[in-house]
Design a protein around this ligand. Structure first.
Ligand SMILES: NC(=O)C1=CN([C@@H]2O[C@H](COP(=O)(O)OP(=O)(O)OC[C@H]3O[C@@H](n4cnc5c(N)ncnc54)[C@H](O)[C@@H]3O)[C@@H](O)[C@H]2O)C=CC1
Ligand SMILES: O=C(O)[C@@H]1CCC=N1
Length: 268
């Protein structure tokens, strides 16, 4: 693995770095630049040096851009002098390749625009990867192995697919936790205490997702297997349908996609 500098050491950088360390990378090949004391404490705890300014002594051919989309223009301007000739690996939602090139002052930068998700923290993430044409085969391999260390990788050939994947798997854990919270609330209303409710919900989602991963059958078939005619699941699902829950999920994902496009701004 190449030496890699992370710009931004917040939640996602922490998740990816944890994955890399779990797969055998060492703090020697990684650095983080982040002015936040919190980030420094957490990353130092992992054995990865984190400094408030660019670590001049650290040589690297690639940087991971892991700051908030709104901070990206200023951050790229701030570090412009250090970025020349480096592979830029962005994880930011709704920040386009052309914006990254413009703000970093490198019209021809090799860029990997990616979209991971928070389950990366436990090695169960999924990351969409789009590489510009001027990325080398070695660049592709580096980016893929970076994200394979924290889960699955899906290679994409169109940049817009990154916005679509943001709406599905990037934001997806947010929708899943929203649903889990609601089911845990129902469990408590039916008399379970908080920790029992959490256990029941955690294992219902974990078990269902594991079953779906291991099964060749469609999601509809798996759902039908649970649903006895005139039984309890049928009653539950009928009520979900009456409340148009499926439509709400589809509309929610579309709203996330629209927001990714909006963050990206007009095409140059
Ligand atoms: N949280 C999520 O589920 C996902 C987030 N992303 C993307 O990851 C990026 C980071 O998100 P989070 O980690 O959630 O945010 P975060 O707020 O936890 O981390 C951002 C970090 O950037 C640091 N930072 C701010 N200004 C800086 C500067 N000038 N130089 C260096 N570091 C600076 C902050 O101190 C902070 O630690 C965003 O662009 C987001 O779109 C992508 C996939 C999933
Ligand atoms: O909500 C966001 O904008 C980021 C990107 C995907 C997940 N979290």
């Amino acid at each position: 693995m190449r030496n890699t500098l992370f710009i931004g050491g917040g939640n996602m950088a922490y998740a990816i770095i944890s994955g890399l360390l779990n797969k055998g990378a060492t703090g020697v090949s990684l650095r983080v630049v982040d002015p936040s004391e919190d980030a420094k404490t957490r990353l130092t705890g992992l054995g990865v040096p984190c400094s408030a300014t660019w670590p001049a002594e650290f040589e690297c051919a690639q940087v991971v851009l892991a700051v908030k989309p709104q901070a990206m223009p200023d951050v790229l301007k701030q570090y412009e002098a250090h970025l020349a000739g480096k592979l830029l690996i962005s994880i930011a939602a709704g920040v386009s390749v052309s914006q990254l090139r413009q703000w970093s002052g490198q019209a021809n930068a090799a860029v990997a625009r990616t979209m991971p998700n928070t389950p990366a923290l436990v090695g169960k993430g999924i990351t969409g990867v789009y590489c510009t044409d001027n990325c080398t085969d070695a660049d592709h391999r580096e980016v893929e192995s970076l994200f394979r260390s924290c889960g699955e990788v899906v290679n994409l050939t169109s940049e817009d697919d990154i916005n679509a994947i943001t709406a599905i798997s990037g934001s997806g854990p947010g929708y899943v936790f929203y649903w889990m919270e609601a089911l845990a609330k129902a469990a408590q209303e039916l008399g379970f205490n908080e920790s029992q409710a959490r256990l029941l919900v955690n294992h219902t989602f974990l078990g269902s997702a594991s079953l779906a991963v291991q099964s060749d059958e469609s999601l509809s078939t798996l759902r039908e297997r649970v649903t006895s005619k005139g039984g309890t699941t049928f009653a539950g699902l009928e009520t979900l349908r009456k409340h148009q829950v499926a439509d709400g999920i589809v509309e929610g994902a579309k709203a996330a996609y629209a927001r990714a496009i909006e963050l990206q701004g007009p095409k140059p």
